[in-house]
Structure formats: structure tokens, C-alpha cells
Design a protein around this ligand. Sequence first.
Ligand SMILES: [Zn+2]
Length: 70
Amino acid sequence: MVSGEGIRRCVVCHAPLEGERYARTSFCSNRCRKIDLARWLNEEYRIREEGENATESDEEASGFGQGDEQ
Ligand SMILES: [Zn+2]
């Protein structure tokens, strides 16, 4: 599915990616590629840190519908 005019843009700096040399990349340059990679690594670290404390124990509260037929 192609949206708009079909012009792809660098996911980091939003520069237009025109030409065949960008056919297989979402970045306008190696610099932007590295920036995006660094972002992903930071996100991953953050998710791991938060994830250790965030255990999904919300299922206890999902007892709706049972014993509620009075
Ligand atoms: Zn870029």
C-alpha cells in the first residue's frame, strides 16, 4: 500500500528517499541508520528495566461474569 505521493522518507530526519539506492533502506545515510539503531537500543534497555517490576497480575481482577447472576 502506497500512501501520498509514494515518496518514502528517512525515518530519522524525514529527508525524502529518492532513487534506487534507497530502495532497500529506510535511512538517507549511515549516520541516520546509526541514530535509529541507538534509539532502538535505548528503548530496549528501558523496556527491560521497567519490565522487571511490571508483572502482569491484573488477571486477578478479571473475575467478571462469574457468580454475578443474582
Ligand atoms: Zn536521514
